[in-house]
Every structure is written in structure tokens, then in C-alpha cells.
Design a protein around this ligand. Structure first.
Ligand SMILES: Cc1cc2nc3c(=O)[nH]c(=O)nc-3n(C[C@H](O)[C@H](O)[C@H](O)COP(=O)(O)O)c2cc1C
Length: 191
């Protein structure tokens, strides 16, 4: 098939975010030539409001994100762990992406091939946040990669001074994750 388009979203707004760095590494070490776009609008997504969740009333930035997700062949989501769960900004955006009250526009996340990963400087490496993220994708019926699990614990040890991912094991896992995502994208295209 044509080059797969991946929309990558980091759940961290921090400028030196390890999770955002992982997405940059995904672009750099991408084994399959996927076109990976890193979304940078998360900070400006307003709080979810069901009264505004219609094609006419939705904030423009939300409609733009929904269009980007619909146009992407797959999603790559890097989540930090905040208080054993995913950051509110990420959950908020996913809520805006999960609905179609009109039953005509389509659900952006429905059956969307999706890969998740996460980093934390602790020994737990976002594992609890990733489990919480998997739960979100149950309701949306997204097609989430199960293995490999990319749990980047002690994440501060895995980048050089310029923020480049240097840890070979993490690079290998990231590449395997992208290959697994491609397998799901190919299967979706064949359906
Ligand atoms: C509000 C808040 C809550 C946090 N809760 C957890 C937590 O439950 N588990 C954990 O391992 N790290 C926790 N951390 C530490 C984050 O994992 C760490 O700040 C991480 O680097 C954030 O990801 P980023 O580098 O992509 O910004 C928390 C940090 C913040 C700011």
C-alpha cells in the first residue's frame, strides 16, 4: 500500500518531555518509511462539553483534530503517567475524538489502528497510565497494538544531552511497535 500516514500525539505539554522525544525518535528510527506527523495542538483543545459536540458547534481546533485522526491510517500515542493515569489533556482530547451523536460523521477512533507507548523517570515507566489508556480504547473500539509493550522506565537515562534517544533496547522496541502498527494498518486496508 501507499506510505502509511501516522498521527503521533504526546500526552505531555512539557518542552523537554521524554514522551514527545520518543515520538521524534519514532520518526528518526522508523523502519518502514511511515509518514509520522507529530500533533502539537493539544494545549489548545478546550475542555470537553457535550453541548458543543456537534459538527456545527465544535471548536475549530477540535474539528481539525478529528479530521486529522480520520485522515490518518494509524495513531501513535505516547503517554506520561500522572497520578497513576493518563494526563487530563490527553483524556480530554480523546473524549472529543470518541463521539458521533449525529451517527453520520463517523467515529474518529473507531477501529483506528493505534499504538501506545510511554515514558517516566520512575521505575514504573508509565505502565499504569498505559493500562488506563488501553481501557479508554475499549469503549472507542480502537484496534490497539498489544505487543510489544513499550514501557520506558528510568527514561532520563535513555536520551543524550540533546534529547536524542540513544538507548538501543528502547530503539528496538520502538521499531517493533511501529512494525506491529503497520501490520494493523495493512489489515485495515485489506478489510
Ligand atoms: C502531576 C504529576 C503526576 C505524576 N504522577 C506520576 C505517577 O503516578 N507515576 C509516575 O511514574 N510518575 C509520575 N509523575 C512523574 C512523570 O512520570 C514525569 O514527570 C514524566 O517525566 C512526565 O513525562 P514527560 O517527560 O513526557 O513530561 C508525575 C508527574 C506529575 C507532574
Amino acid at each position: 500500500m501507499a506510505t502509511a500516514k501516522i498521527l503521533a500525539i504526546s500526552g505531555s505539554l512539557r518542552s523537554d518531555s521524554h514522551n514527545t522525544r520518543l515520538l521524534h525518535a519514532a520518526r528518526k528510527f522508523n523502519p518502514g518509511g511511515q509518514d509520522i506527523e507529530i500533533y502539537d495542538g493539544l494545549r489548545d483543545i478546550p475542555a470537553y462539553d457535550q453541548d458543543l459536540d456537534t459538527p456545527e458547534k465544535r471548536p475549530a481546533i477540535v474539528n481539525d483534530l478529528r479530521r486529522r485522526v480520520q485522515a490518518a491510517d494509524g495513531l501513535l500515542i505516547a503517554t506520561p503517567e500522572f497520578n497513576y493515569s493518563i494526563p487530563g489533556v490527553l483524556k480530554n482530547a480523546l473524549d472529543w475524538l470518541s463521539t458521533d451523536w449525529t451517527k453520520t460523521e463517523g467515529l474518529p477512533l473507531h477501529r483506528k489502528p493505534t499504538a501506545i507507548l510511554g515514558a517516566a523517570p520512575t521505575n514504573f515507566g508509565s505502565v499504569r497510565a498505559q493500562l488506563a489508556l488501553r481501557q479508554v480504547f475499549v469503549w472507542t473500539d480502537s484496534d490497539v497494538v498489544v505487543k510489544p509493550e513499550v514501557i520506558v522506565f528510568r527514561s532520563h537515562e535513555r536520551f543524550d544531552g540533546e534529547g536524542n534517544l540513544t538507548d538501543e533496547i528502547t530503539i528496538g522496541l520502538l521499531q517493533d511497535l511501529l512494525k506491529a502498527l503497520q501490520t494493523k494498518i495493512d489489515a485495515a486496508a485489506a478489510r
